[in-house]
Write a protein that binds this ligand. Structure first.
Ligand code: NOJ
Length: 544
């Protein structure tokens, strides 16, 4: 496979609202991001995935866009945005924008026009259906944020379709004019010099509503090929699709360079593994470690040479990695480093979500009123109506509310963690007094420096980027271990996902004459590679 610049780069996701506020309105802004570029360069990342900063009524914190070519005033101006792109580039960092084109805001001029009359020229930009004879919704389809996916619109007496909130009407991708308008907007941004796009719920654009097909519709890949042709073909950028229903087979369609679609996709099997079949994230299942390993093994081996993986533990929709898979009590630092090691040494492009590099944790708001996220608030009501108790729901929120990831970034131990001089839009996690960037920078054993070393290692050893993947000790209940091989380079990664010691015995014949410790999260000497006693949450990378 041809080598690409983003194969050995690490991405850092910025959720602008919660990153750094410079004007005291309690909301992070673009000048705030610019002020932290040196910090990000020091960490070693080369790409920022910027969650939406476009003009928006903020029903879903910017994933409801009312003007794709304007910046939301709370985040700054287009000048700020141009400056961010330029300042990032000076530091060898590319800005990857969030492309949200499954839907717009209902305040987007296209929708404002579309709802005016049935013969408006923008009517077909969206999806409209007549009511059933009794006036009810055209079908039973539900929205991802609860309730029906249909919203009745008085003006023309029809329903429009929205897979997310009713302020996020879905675009009609079957309409060529919609596709053209989207490609034009994409080119406008690409011409500004951005480094690519993260494509929000992109698997939904090929939906066939009347047949109830939402993900992976029949025309999805045709649209992506057309998009590639019209926008990406002549440019060297990174594109990553958000695809919850993807299988390795489909991922190869998206990410095999020969298919000319995307660079890679996010798959979520390791996330939904902990969700209930009926109630999803609102009824979390215990973490099944052996299945997690199987999932990683499947994705690592199936995409090898035929596609490209993205590697992530968390993002702005998911709980904090260390809270979900690690240990926030005695072993927060060890387990955060272990999780980073286990992930970053696999094949693919790693993604770090803001605050992950200092081991930020989930938040425990005591009152439902402290939550801001639309999904959290809608489902709190819906599940209580279905019979969940308040306590059950609060437990579910502490584990899986999207606000866990969205509490503002901790820069130092001063008021509001140095995030804002005003009142933060969402409450702070009170542990900012001890978990913060300043403390991490001052401590040479911090999680931050472990991430920095992982990135340096990736840059210096092609095996980390291109090596093949072999899972070891498949059924071991505590240890995730694997070998990577590329030309004459070989590494062995051994990680302990538990708070108990774990015996690591290589049962397969691996010739190890001499070895080097490339990275470890414990200060200890290693005598042998084939037989180790791993400490709680230990992670070690050997060059062998
Ligand atoms: C996925 C985004 O990551 C999420 O934050 C958003 O609410 C939905 N798509 C709708 O755009």
């Amino acid at each position: 496979m041809d080598k690409k610049w983003w194969h050995n780069s690490v991405v850092y996701q910025v959720y602008p609202r919660s990153f750094c506020d410079t004007n005291g309105d309690g909301i992070g802004d673009i000048p705030g991001i610019i002020s932290k570029l040196d910090y990000l360069q020091n960490l070693g990342i080369e790409i920022i995935w910027l969650s939406p900063v476009y003009q928006s009524p903020m029903d879903d914190n910017g994933y409801d866009i009312s003007d794709y070519q304007a910046i939301a005033p709370e985040f700054g101006t287009m000048e700020d945005m141009d400056k961010l792109i330029a300042e990032a580039r000076k530091r060898n960092i590319q800005i990857v924008m969030d492309l949200v084109v499954n839907h717009t805001s209902d305040e987007h001029p296209w929708f404002v026009e579309a709802r005016k009359s049935k013969d408006n020229i923008y009517r077909d930009f969206y999806i409209w259906r007549k009511p059933k004879e009794d006036g009810s919704e055209p079908s039973q389809l539900g929205s991802a944020f609860g309730g029906s996916a249909w919203q009745y619109d008085e003006i023309t007496g029809e329903y429009y379709f929205h897979l997310f909130s009713k302020k996020q009407p879905d675009l009609n991708w079957e309409n060529k004019k919609v596709r053209k308008a989207v490609y034009k907007m994409m080119n406008w941004w690409l011409d500004k010099g951005i480094g690519g796009f993260r494509m929000d719920v992109i698997e939904l654009i090929g939906k066939v509503i009347d047949e109830g097909i939402m993900s992976n519709g029949p025309k999805l890949h045709d649209y992506l090929k057309e998009m590639h042709q019209e926008t990406l073909a002549s440019r060297d950028v990174l594109t990553v699709g958000e695809t919850w229903g993807v299988t390795p087979e489909i991922a190869k369609k998206y990410s095999n360079p020969e298919e000319k679609e995307l660079s890679m996709v996010f798959q979520f099997e390791h996330i939904t593994l902990c969700w209930d079949a009926k109630h999803g994230k609102w009824k979390p299942r215990p973490f099944d470690f052996v299945s997690l390993k199987k999932i990683f093994n499947k994705w690592q081996t199936e995409l090898e040479g035929k596609g490209w993986n993205s590697l992530f533990w968390n993002n702005h929709d998911l709980p904090r990695a260390v809270s979900k898979y690690g240990n926030t009590q005695q072993y927060r630092v060890e387990s955060a480093k272990m999780l980073a090691t286990a992930l970053h040494m696999m094949q693919g492009t790693p993604y770090i979500y803001q605050g992950e590099e200092i081991g930020m944790t989930n938040v425990r708001f005591e009152s439902i009123n402290q939550y801001q996220d639309i999904e959290t608030l809608n489902f709190y009501k819906e599940k209580i109506a279905e019979g969940f108790t308040h306590e059950e729901m609060m437990n579910a929120l502490w584990e899986n509310s999207r606000d866990n990831a969205r509490t503002p970034m901790h820069w130092d131990a001063t008021e509001n963690g140095g995030f804002s001089k005003g009142k933060p839009w969402l409450g702070m996690n009170p542990n900012y007094d001890s978990i913060n960037v300043k403390a991490a920078i001052e401590d040479k054993n911090s999680i931050f420096y472990h991430y920095k070393k992982l990135i340096e290692l990736r840059k210096s050893m092609p095996v980390i980027t291109y090596g093949d993947f072999k899972l070891l000790l498949k059924e071991h209940p505590q240890i995730f271990a694997y070998m990577r091989t590329y030309e004459d380079e070989r590494i062995l990664v051994a990680t302990n996902f538990s708070k108990d010691k774990a015996k690591f015995m290589l049962n397969e014949a691996v010739e190890v004459e001499d070895f080097r410790v490339l990275l470890s999260n414990y200060d200890k000497a290693y005598a042998l590679v084939s037989e180790l006693e791993l400490e709680p949450y230990e992670a070690v990378v050997f060059g062998i």
